[in-house]
Design a binder for this molecule. Structure first.
Ligand SMILES: Cc1ncc(C[n+]2csc(CCOP(=O)(O)OP(=O)(O)O)c2C)c(N)n1
Ligand SMILES: [Mg+2]
Length: 342
């Protein structure tokens, strides 16, 4: 098996203009919705904790391109871009974040449990690292069904120091499961920089130790992300075993929408901000002549309208009723009946 290798070359994987437009649309929509969610959190109108994804937009846009309806995605609380990439509507996502009945989890899950199994956005977990064993189970089921689908699990750098991560990696390596591990290495686990919590900060090398081909990829670069993810998904669908991708980027915000992040070294943050994925992709698309100013403006206007619509839709939706409290929570009502001694 291979050990960790270096990045994919930008430019070698440029898709057609339709795909580039879709990717910029997704990045723009995600970035605008993300920034508005942060503003709404700070204003106290969005009361669920919100976990900004700024910095991760390139990987999300690439996921949107490579995942099909039969593939499954398991995510974390930092999931706005993942949910959009897997095809959830922004309306249903925002309704969930605002705790509304029309939300993806009927207003009872919030960001920790944003999910829609019907579209293969199978699960989100708030417990760091706990999505991995779930995803491995889904991949094992797909392997048994021999359905040639891919399961993708996204998680942060911090998750690679959790026991469940190691169990999941070992199991996937042993059984050669059809799974792509997408590590979003934003260099921080809450308020702790990676070098302060990881004995080995080379996370791809950790994965390679489980006999899983692993690669470091520039996570700010949508073309690099697309090339790496496309190759990985193709490999797992062909039954050739798991892949681990370590996307290197940087958390461009606080841990939550309202968290202070003055502790982040300002020189690091400044350098990373210069690579902020949505504006950087915009500049690249124009400089390379893939899209012109008018096409860019149309995409941005459409994204703005989509975001405005989703937030006003969510604000106008009703909250769940008290009587909804047990519905969609348990597989059957045995436990609820026992409460009432039925
Ligand atoms: C098992 C567990 N321990 C601690 C926490 C508290 N916690 C929430 S997010 C987080 C940071 C995780 O860092 P990382 O995996 O790098 O993801 P990021 O937030 O950077 O996307 C921690 C420690 C938790 N949710 N679950
Ligand atoms: Mg992190």
């Amino acid at each position: 098996m291979t050990s960790a290798t270096r990045a994919v070359t930008t430019g070698a994987n440029v898709p057609d203009v339709e795909a580039l437009s879709r990717m910029y649309t997704l990045m723009c929509t995600t970035a605008l919705a993300d920034q508005k969610s942060v503003a709404e959190s700070k204003a106290g109108r969005l009361q669920a904790a919100f976990y900004p994804i700024r910095g991760m937009e390139a990987v999300c846009a690439a996921l949107g391109e490579v995942l099909g309806p039969r593939d499954r995605l398991v995510s974390t609380y930092r999931n706005l871009g993942d949910a959009l990439a897997k095809g959830a509507s922004l309306r249903s996502i925002m309704a969930e974040l605002y705790g509304r009945r029309a939300g993806l989890s009927r207003g009872k899950g919030g960001p920790m449990h944003l999910q829609d199994p019907a579209i293969g956005f199978t699960a989100t977990t708030g417990v760091v690292g706990s999505g991995l064993p779930i995803a491995v189970g889904l991949a094992m089921a797909a392997q048994l069904d021999d359905d040639h689908s891919a399961t993708v699990v996204t998680f942060g750098d911090g998750a690679t120091s959790i026991g469940a991560w190691h169990e999941a990696m070992n199991f996937a390596g042993l059984w050669q499961l059809p799974i792509v591990f997408v590590c979003q290495n934003n260099q921080w686990g809450e308020h702790t920089p990676i070098a302060r919590y990881a004995a080995n900060t080379d996370l791809a090398a950790r994965a390679a130790a489980y006999s899983i081909p692993a690669q470091k990829v520039d996570g700010f670069d949508p073309m690099a992300a697309l090339g790496a993810l496309r190759a990985a998904v193709t490999r797992v669908r062909a039954g050739e075993g798991p892949v681990f991708l370590e996307f290197l980027h940087y958390r461009l915000t606080g841990h939550t929408g309202t968290a202070d992040f003055s502790y982040v070294p300002q020189d690091e943050l400044k350098a990373a901000m210069e690579r902020d994925p949505a504006p950087a992709f915009r500049a690249w698309l124009l400089a390379q002549g893939h899209l012109n100013e008018r096409q860019i403006a149309d995409i941005e206007e459409q994204a703005r309208l989509t975001v405005e619509d989703a937030f006003s839709y969510a604000a106008g939706c009703e909250l769940p009723a008290a009587s909804d409290i047990y519905t969609d929570v348990f597989a059957d009502d045995t436990w609820v009946r026992s409460l009432h001694n039925d």
